[in-house]
Design a binder for this molecule. Structure first.
Ligand SMILES: NC(=O)c1ccc[n+]([C@@H]2O[C@H](COP(=O)([O-])OP(=O)(O)OC[C@H]3O[C@@H](n4cnc5c(N)ncnc54)[C@H](OP(=O)(O)O)[C@@H]3O)[C@@H](O)[C@H]2O)c1
Length: 225
């Protein structure tokens, strides 16, 4: 039975991913800050505050020696939504970097041995189209810059672990109707999850190099850096 660990899996896209994989017979670890109850039968919930190093350490110890086929760094924050630069608090900007860029890499670092032990050896990172330097977006300084930084950090992490056969993927889920995306989102959660799974689930050693270049939209199209 393949195993996946998904961060931020108590709501939004993360929860839908967990539901989808458990339905398909995967062993699913769903992390959240307050895992008081299992959202769905079969899902194993684990506590994880992304920005707390002690919390990451405890998670690492709990999962020792368990192979993880897909580690999906999904959790994220969009603290400066609809804010102009003058409204963005420095604390929120730093917090965005902490949650969106530093934490996913620290989690990947902590669980890399679990991924190496697995057959698929995939680490997926949910970034955003808003991170693209080639895009012409405006505003959202904290969110955009934290996700652009994530893209670079992922490329560094991948280079560091090339020899171990790990595939690192950067995925844009689309503009999705969640708490973050809002009701104005272009697609529903299931469309996003189905699309991203098509990309992630087909990763094998031969598709590795191709998938490792660039950011992939949920529909499989390539988003320029
Ligand atoms: N929705 C979109 O249109 C869209 C577009 C592009 C990219 N994305 C990306 O897709 C991912 C999922 O987004 P979503 O729309 O599902 O967002 P969401 O509904 O707001 O859910 C965000 C998740 O991240 C978790 N999280 C935030 N800070 C955390 C922390 N410090 N420790 C642990 N968990 C934390 C939240 O947990 P709590 O419940 O504890 O807060 C929640 O589970 C994010 O990385 C986001 O940037 C979304």
């Amino acid at each position: 039975m393949p195993t996946i660990l998904i961060t931020g899996a108590n709501r939004g896209i993360g929860l839908a991913l967990a539901r989808s994989y458990v339905r398909d017979g995967w062993r699913v670890f769903a992390t959240s800050r307050k895992p008081d109850k299992s959202p769905i039968e079969g899902i194993e919930t684990l506590a994880l505050d992304l920005t707390c190093p002690a919390s990451i350490k405890v998670l690492k110890l709990k999962l020792a020696d368990i192979p993880i086929d897909i580690l999906w760094n999904n959790a994220g924050v969009y603290l400066d939504k609809n804010q102009a630069l003058e409204q963005v608090d420095n604390h929120d900007w730093l917090r965005s970097f902490e949650v969106n860029c530093i934490a996913p890499i620290r989690i990947a670092e902590a669980l890399v041995e679990n991924v190496i032990l697995s057959e698929r050896k995939v680490i997926a990172f949910t970034t955003s189209k808003m991170s693209s330097l080639a895009g012409n977006g405006v505003g959202a300084y904290a969110y955009r810059s934290s996700k652009t930084a994530l893209n670079m950090a992922v490329r560094c992490f991948e280079q560091d672990h090339k020899a171990q056969g790990i595939s690192c993927l950067l995925l844009h889920p689309g503009h999705v109707r969640t708490d973050m995306g809002g009701p104005e989102g272009a697609i529903d959660i299931d469309t996003s999850v189905t699309g991203m799974r098509k990309l992630v689930d087909q990763i094998n050693p031969t598709s590795r190099t191709e998938m490792s270049r660039g950011i992939f939209d949920y529909d499989g199209s390539n988003i320029p850096w």
